[in-house]
Design a protein around this ligand. Sequence first.
Ligand SMILES: NC(=O)c1ccc[n+]([C@@H]2O[C@H](COP(=O)([O-])OP(=O)(O)OC[C@H]3O[C@@H](n4cnc5c(N)ncnc54)[C@H](OP(=O)(O)O)[C@@H]3O)[C@@H](O)[C@H]2O)c1
Length: 314
Amino acid sequence: MRPTILVTGSSGQLGFELLRALAPLGKVHAPVRAEFDLARPERMQAWLDRVRPDIIVNAAAYTAVDQAESKQALAFALNAAAPELMARWAGAHGALMVQYSTDYVFDGSKSGRYVETDVPGTRMIYGASKLAGEQAVLAHAPRSLVLRVGWLFSAFGNNFLHTILRLALERTSLSIVADQIGTPTSTQLVADVTAHMLSASLSGKLSEPWGIYHVSASGEASWHEYARHIVHELTLDGVKLACAEADVLAIGSSDWPTPASRPANSRLDCSKLAQNFDLNLPHWHEGVSYALAQLLRSGALRNTRWTQGARRKL
Ligand SMILES: NC(=O)c1ccc[n+]([C@@H]2O[C@H](COP(=O)([O-])OP(=O)(O)OC[C@H]3O[C@@H](n4cnc5c(N)ncnc54)[C@H](OP(=O)(O)O)[C@@H]3O)[C@@H](O)[C@H]2O)c1
């Protein structure tokens, strides 16, 4: 029988891609916030008892990293208590669970890439709430996958790629932080990897697939290099920007203070994913190219100053 799959957060940039990627695996249910509110445990419990999903994929979260510093209770309610409730339900009913976590569980002081066995140590509320969430899921849902991701982008939704696009259309120069390094990763890639991991886990061919996995594209960049790459690609595409690539300027984190202290090193090692699931993920440039191609072909851009006849073809 086709499994019943709950996808939370389907209005978000990752949840939206999961609807597409998980459809071949089963019957996907994507309740809106009014039906399945992470801040209302009794509603979540009632929904779970009524629909009884075989697989829970939790892409909903409190994702406002800076605001979390002043909204600690809300961040923990959504990022720790709500996943715990889902995990307890999954554990009690033999369901599978996928929980997304973040590179921000680490403090960024390691010189190399972070592996799954590195001890987390975060200096921000968002990271602490996500860490509590992953620990709760692992404790209560024996058949769970905790996927740590970072620097997510997509052609849709709020993310760095969109911010740079908007600013480069409006401003003649941009100042971007150059002393934080990570790997931009498309939500399409994370959704497709999730589908593959679930499919392989359900096949029964893997003896013990459960636990924490780091999932990111390959390669690395600072936010500054990432921004320059976006401007470079858009310029090649013939988009009339106010800002040239050379006018994307490097600044330090200290020049751009934020309420939450972000790690200098957000790079994740994905060897465990490659070894256990035979997946080697493409370079982040590929995801950016695809997202920009989607944007260029999007009807949503008709009323902007974007030029016609872009070089990119899907
Ligand atoms: N974005 C990143 O760079 C990044 C980095 C590391 C980890 N992650 C993790 O990856 C996952 C997906 O992130 P994302 O970028 O797709 O997030 P997103 O675009 O901000 O979407 C968040 C989703 O959560 C939903 N949500 C928020 N509060 C809710 C509530 N009280 N009840 C039910 N739903 C609620 C939102 O619904 P509404 O539309 O109703 O607000 C939205 O669908 C999250 O676990 C996040 O922590 C993201």
